[in-house]
Design a protein around this ligand. Structure first.
Ligand SMILES: [Zn+2]
Length: 259
């Protein structure tokens, strides 16, 4: 759970770099290169020591030399910069994230419905044949968003037969992507992920961790990006009406009609 938390705040970084950044500066929230900060109207504080990460070819810091065939780049956390106000922290409700996720599903051709589901279900099911996701009626906003993000992660990452179910590594990946996505928007449910981490044991092989971490961070990054684009539309709606319950009710009905 610590790594998905870190991946959520350090969006856009590879899993390997999320690990490297957190090892060097556990509280890092948002990193960029020196020219990157300059473009955002900030500058790196004098004497601040940078964080070394694995660079893509174009960002290589030539002075630092190669590390295992990769380049090294130096970045700084926002707390090491000065100038201008800090970027505002979002004020999102889980319902908005849910609506945005439902729109992301619709973009992929899947309708999202709320309905009573049998007790033994995990709160959401995906019917790939009829191209729809059903989220249980009983769930509150944050949990509903979490279940929907989990189903979207499966849809994007796993080829599942209608009855292959949700277990093992697929479950761990889908749950980690959902967790990272909701953490990014600050709307995690109080009862967080049913730990699927037991699947990989206490000392998993490094290669497995790297593969899983890479897949989760990449998939979460894409889902977060798509959701962000859909969120702006949902927020406009909220700002226009101001009367939240009515507005959300309307959005739900809109979603039930499949938009
Ligand atoms: Zn699942």
């Amino acid at each position: 759970m610590r790594w998905p938390d870190a991946a959520a705040v350090l969006q856009g970084q590879s899993f390997r770099n999320v690990v490297l950044i957190k090892l060097q500066m556990p509280d890092a929230m948002c990193v960029d290169s020196r020219p990157g900060w300059q473009r955002q109207g900030r500058r790196v504080a004098r004497g601040a020591s940078g964080i070394r990460i694995v660079a893509s070819a174009r960002d290589v810091d030539r002075a630092a030399g190669p590390v295992q065939g990769h380049g090294v780049a130096t970045v700084w956390d926002i707390s090491q910069t000065e100038g201008g106000p800090m970027p505002p922290i979002g004020d999102l409700r889980p319902e908005h994230v849910y609506v945005a996720l439902a729109r992301v599903a619709l973009d992929a051709g899947y309708r999202v419905n709320r309905r009573q589901l049998p007790d033994e279900s995990t709160g959401a099911i995906t019917d790939r044949r009829r191209r729809r996701v059903i989220v249980s009626d009983d769930l509150d906003g944050a949990v509903a968003a979490m279940r929907l993000a989990h189903e979207l992660a499966h849809l994007r990452m796993h080829k599942m037969s209608p009855d292959s179910g949700c277990h093992g590594l697929s479950k761990l990946e889908a749950e980690s992507v959902a967790y990272t996505t909701l953490a990014r928007f600050g709307v995690l449910p109080t009862h967080q992920m049913a730990s699927a981490a037991g699947t990989i044991g206490r000392n998993p092989p490094i290669r497995l961790v790297e593969t899983l971490g890479g897949r989760v961070v990449a998939a979460a990054g894409r889902l977060i990006g798509d959701t962000e684009r859909r969120l702006s539309a949902a927020q406009v709606l909220r700002d226009k009406t101001r009367t939240d319950p009515i507005c959300l009710d309307m959005e739900d009905r809109e979603l039930d009609r499949g938009l």
